[in-house]
Design a protein around this ligand. Structure first.
Ligand code: SAM
Ligand code: SF4
Length: 334
């Protein structure tokens, strides 16, 4: 097998999509994502910009055509824009698409640079448009910066998709208004069920809101027509007749979507996680720092294809159940 052989796992799924985390750090503390006093990785353990770039090239060489930069919050890393610029040059030369998931707190300053580097789309997380609620949920009073970031992204010509975690007793009453607002901005929105990743200092069962319930409620108000739109990801889409916009639903807990999985994730320390919901991993940092990095990286990616599991093992089925995994979403890269 040559080093440029496509990445195909043991279940014949072709891996063409990489989520690369630039940092596990964040300027917010969303209650479902991490505790207030989160312990972050020592900076020395995090991959350098050059290592991240080499890693990305290794994946592109093996047929990865879509690359999403994430975190933690990718834009809290000072050299993030340098990496975006370097990888932006690969768009059309190996990469079909370079995207980013961000909380948008710093997007107002850099949306123009990101667009100029070749990024066409960004995903922005927004769980509420109520300032007090935002401050309680994210534990930081940053809604004005986030809204400015969304506006700046649109002004820079970036296509914006909003991601919203549906939370019982937190934002469930606001979801129709939020969806209508996002559609009014000309953007799509995807709702996500809360996933049991890492201890956050509270029981997630209390906030778990099945999207089957949300869908039933929305269908009492609106006409939701199943859409053919696909992104190769886990979301199923609906066209909302009344708002004229598209609504995605990501239902890891009520509907398993693993059969068509096309992705792997790499943490900021170079740990490849074959599944967001599993512990199967390969140390790519060791490969990058080996005597012959190119060969070591290719061999490590081959191992990853052998250990990628058939499906995730999430469940939030009863109060007090321990998280499925001890690591937080901010570490694996959401
Ligand atoms: N900081 C960036 C952001 O918030 O967009 C990127 C990283 S964040 C981990 C990526 C996505 O994961 C966000 O949309 C966030 O809402 C989601 N997320 C974090 N923890 C989650 C959890 N336990 N269950 C479901 N989604 C979660
Ligand atoms: Fe930070 Fe994103 Fe996690 Fe919120 S969801 S704490 S913004 S990494």
């Amino acid at each position: 097998m040559t080093s440029s052989a496509p990445l195909i796992d043991q279940f014949a799924r072709r891996i063409t999509y990489l989520r690369l985390s630039l940092t596990d750090r964040c300027d917010l503390r969303c209650a479902y994502c991490m505790p207030e006093r989160q312990t972050f990785l020592p900076r020395a353990e995090v991959l350098t910009l050059e290592e991240l770039y080499t890693l990305a090239l290794g994946f592109i060489d093996r047929g990865v055509t879509r690359l999403r930069l994430t975190g933690g919050e990718p834009l809290v890393r000072r050299d993030a824009i340098d990496l975006v610029r370097a990888l932006g040059r690969k768009v059309g030369d190996g990469l079909d698409e370079l995207t980013m998931t961000t909380n948008a707190t710093r997007l107002a300053e850099c949306a123009g640079d990101i667009a100029a580097a070749g990024v066409r789309r960004v995903n922005i997380s927004l769980d509420t448009r109520d300032r007090g609620r935002f401050a309680r949920l994210a534990r930081r009073d940053s809604l004005p910066q986030v809204l400015a970031g969304i506006a700046a992204a649109q002004a820079a010509g970036l296509r914006v998709k909003l991601n919203t975690v549906a939370l019982k007793g937190v934002n469930e009453d606001e979801l129709p208004e939020l969806i209508a607002w996002v559609h009014g901005q000309g953007c799509d929105i995807t709702l996500i069920e809360v996933m049991p990743l890492g201890e956050v200092g509270e029981d997630r069962f209390g906030h778990y809101l099945p999207l089957s319930v949300v869908r039933e409620r929305l269908e009492k108000m609106w006409t939701l027509a199943p859409s053919d739109h696909r992104t190769g990801g886990p979301a199923r889409y609906f066209d909302v007749a009344e708002t004229g916009g598209r609504l995605g639903l990501i239902t890891p807990l009520t509907n398993n979507f693993c059969d068509g999985c096309n992705r792997v994730r790499v943490t900021a320390t170079g740990q490849l996680y074959a599944c967001l919901g599993g512990n199967e991993r390969v140390d790519l940092r060791a490969a990058l720092r080996a005597a012959e990095p190119e060969a070591a990286l290719a061999a490590a990616l081959d191992i990853a294809m052998k250990i990628k599991p058939a499906r995730h093992g999430f469940a939030i089925d009863r109060p007090g159940r321990a998280p499925a995994l001890t690591r937080h979403m901010s570490m694996t890269g959401g």
